[in-house]
Design a protein around this ligand. Structure first.
Ligand SMILES: [Zn+2]
Length: 476
């Protein structure tokens, strides 16, 4: 049987975090009442002239630099002509051809310990369309608030070879854009939209198979599931002797399948031409360098630095650098506590677990990095056990109080006083003579029973090491 391999390219649209739209002064606030953020320019009324948003151009240049792209010295806006109700001008101002703002870049991803470069073909600036709501089979409503919002399009080379790589690419891209502050990365709100092109070909072949485009992927999970489904569908089709048709497929989240949408229009139908209302953008090399100098430490650099500086495993470093705020949180705590791996465990396990369950962001955590370090210090000193620490952590999470304060108020200090523990242990031995005889006869699983009884009586406050030591003493 012929083995097939997938070839995947990604088109990503990112709404830019500017305060006003791309070619007019309308605000870009998310969730405003329909058609309240519009003007003659973004409604496409005759006699209006677009004025480019300088901030949006800067954002795309910075993103292109972060994606290791070269910047076109001269970049042009084109008109992409087509008729659709969400596009009042009947053309979209976009970029086309060889002179997008950024080109020939790459992103580095890591999947299962393997590092891979995914090429970035282009990174350009355009305007978004309005939004259609199909309210009944015969009625659609249009909201033009989104019309004319600045949109960055990032097109990868078809260098992605699996659903996992696609997900890693998208995660890395989102991290880069949010680190830069140019996009909020919210897939569920549509500010980051991803359209993968998927094709398969016989393994070892260099020719590309016919691709389909996937739409309606609103989460990382949906992207991975949609691509997996499409790879399996195309492979089965080709094995049966069928042909893949170039068209757009839609991910159906409820049914977890892809479904055909419409045939892909041929490119020349858009009749692209340079927009006569807009002059070319010419970038001064010195200005480009100024923008480059303003780039923050990017997620991949931070990840590698965390591995080196704090000795973290790649997985921890990857999770902790997903957002800038999380990375900064970890680093602030790790600066106050010498055991960086312990900090990582608490942040990734206890803290992120509780934040996710409460649908909260790291910036909303009531536990400050310093407070977390304070809790870990109490464990290190032996003031509290790891088990009690989790209880204390719960209260810190709910109230924002310091660990020491909670431990003092609730009397949770660990009992390390050997005599007190010995008394408790002897009482338990006296109360359970049969179990004690069996343990003495060599049934070692009963060690757990006695340690457990002491912990129960002391409400988890006895130092387990001391209990174990005392038990050994009694057995000799
Ligand atoms: Zn407007």
């Amino acid at each position: 049987m012929t083995e097939y391999e997938p070839v995947i390219g990604m088109e990503v649209h990112a709404e830019l975090l500017t305060e006003s739209k791309m070619f007019c002064g309308c605000p870009t606030t998310f969730g405003a009442a329909p058609n309240t953020q519009v003007c003659p320019i973004c409604l496409g009324l005759p006699g209006t002239l677009p004025v480019p948003n300088r901030r949006a151009v800067e954002f795309v240049v910075r993103a292109a630099l972060a994606l290791n792209c070269e910047i076109s010295p001269r970049s042009i806006f084109y008109r992409k002509n087509y008729y659709y109700p969400d596009l009042p001008k009947a053309y979209q101002i976009s970029q086309y051809g060889d002179d997008p703002i950024g080109r020939n870049g790459y992103i580095e991803i890591e999947v299962d310990g393997r590092v891979k470069r995914i090429g970035i073909r282009r990174c350009h600036l355009e305007e978004d369309t309005g939004k259609l709501f199909h309210v009944s089979p015969h009625t659609s409503e249009i909201d033009y608030n989104r019309s004319g919002m600045p949109l960055m399009e990032i097109v990868s080379e078809p260098d992605i070879s699996s659903a996992e790589e696609a997900r890693a690419y998208l995660e890395q891209l989102r991290a880069i854009l949010t680190y830069l502050g140019v996009c909020d990365g919210k897939m569920e709100q549509g500010s980051l939209r991803c359209e993968p092109n998927v094709s398969v070909r016989p393994k070892g072949s260099t020719a590309l198979g016919t691709k389909t485009e996937l739409k309606n992927l609103n989460s990382f999970r949906a992207v991975a599931r949609g691509i997996e489904y499409e790879i399996a569908r195309q492979t089965a089709l080709l094995r049966e002797g069928g042909v893949v048709v170039q068209e757009t497929w839609r991910w159906d989240e409820a049914r977890q399948v892809t479904a055909p949408m419409r045939s892909k229009e041929a490119e020349q139908e858009y009749r692209y031409f340079p927009d006569p209302d807009l002059t070319p953008m010419v970038f001064d090399p010195a200005w480009i360098e100024e923008q480059r100098a303003q780039l923050p430490e990017l997620p991949r650099q931070k990840q590698l630095r965390f591995q080196k500086e704090y000795g973290l495993p790649a997985y921890d470093a990857q999770v902790l650098t997903e957002t800038r705020a999380l990375a900064e949180y970890f680093e602030a705590a790790a600066k106050k506590h010498s055991d960086a791996k312990a900090v990582s465990n608490w942040v990734m396990g206890e803290l992120l677990g509780r934040l996710n369950a409460a649908s909260l962001d790291i910036t909303e955590s009531k536990i400050s990095p310093e407070a977390l370090a304070g809790l870990l210090a109490l464990i290190d000193k032996g003031t509290i056990s790891g088990k009690i620490a989790k209880e204390v952590f719960d209260e810190m999470f709910a109230t924002g109080k310091a660990a020491e304060e909670i431990v003092r108020a609730k009397g949770l200090t660990q009992i390390t006083d050997t005599e007190a523990i010995a008394t408790t242990l002897d009482e338990i031995i006296a109360a359970n003579p049969k179990e004690w005889e069996r343990l003495k006869a060599g049934q070692e699983q009963l060690v757990k029973f006695f340690v457990g009884q002491v912990m129960r009586v002391t409400k988890g406050r006895a130092n387990p090491q001391v209990v174990n030591d005392l038990l050994k003493e009694r057995l000799q």
